[in-house]
Design a protein around this ligand. Structure first.
Ligand code: PGA
Length: 252
């Protein structure tokens, strides 16, 4: 039996206002109890990080970011350095989300550089990987997952995965209401673990692999029950306190 502690991570994306985040964090933190077995994390937009750090200080909820620069400092207008996130109490940073890869042209190599930069600042990267619908339909899911994963293993080394989280997010399931079936998800999660195990069995066993893509209050339980699914990365449903709490309480 593995001893991986589940992680449920909220990815708020570009949503919220000062007023709404106060309400949301208030309701989520109040709804947490001894029933909450999983680790819970919120990744707000950058500007709300200081406010969230304050709001979460007396709770068990962790703080993370949705993106980061791969560089340390300098003339990079509009970028945010990893040390800045660390300074405000971020413990996790999402890297390589498909929206970053697709809408902001982040390459596999750039994602690997971000992964390394996050760890260099003693935070934990949540590496997102996942295939497009046409890649799944042409039976290329495993090839795509392997490519995205190997790009990071090659640059960061397998030992770096001892301090990382992976999120499998099929692109066709994100924000579409079309969740992967438990079988589809488990199959890819197992593939990811086996791919890591080729380099280091122990690291592969220990790493948490989250599922993301239209996780909702009514489908979380059946996904989280599966052997290789260690929690979720939640977009839309993380903006509704009741739904997010139900998801947090659905872990095994
Ligand atoms: P979704 O987003 O839950 O809204 O599908 C998940 C994600 O993009 O991380």
């Amino acid at each position: 039996m593995s001893e991986r502690r589940s992680l449920v991570a909220a990815n708020w994306k570009m949503n919220g206002s000062l007023e709404s985040i106060h309400q949301l964090v208030g309701a989520v933190s109040q709804g947490m109890s001894e029933k909450t077995k999983s680790e819970v994390l919120i990744c707000p937009p950058f500007v709300y990080i200081p406010e969230l750090a304050r709001l979460l200080a007396k709770t068990d909820i962790r703080l993370g970011a949705q993106n980061v620069s791969h560089l340390e400092s300098g003339a990079y207008t509009g970028e945010v350095a990893p040390a800045m996130l660390k300074e405000f109490g971020c413990e996790y940073v999402i890297v390589g989300h498909s929206e970053r890869r697709m809408l902001y042209s982040e390459s596999d190599v750039r994602v690997a550089e971000k992964f390394i930069a996050v760890q260099a600042n003693t935070m934990i990267p949540i590496l997102c990987i996942g295939e497009l619908l046409e890649e799944r339909e042409s039976n290329n899911t495993e090839e795509v997952i392997a490519r995205q994963l190997d790009a990071v293993i090659d640059k960061a080394g397998i030992q770096a995965f001892k301090h990382a989280v992976i999120a499998y997010e099929p692109v066709w399931a994100i924000g579409t209401g079309k969740t992967a079936t438990p079988e589809q998800a488990q199959e890819v999660h197992e593939f990811i673990r086996l791919r890591l195990a080729r380099h280091d069995h122990e690291t592969a066993e220990a790493i948490r692999i989250l599922y993301g893509g239209s996780v909702k209050a009514d489908n979380a339980k059946q996904l989280f029950e599966l052997a290789d699914i260690d929690g979720g990365l939640i977009g839309g449903a993380s903006l509704v306190a009741e739904d997010f709490l139900t998801i947090c309480h659905s872990v095994r």
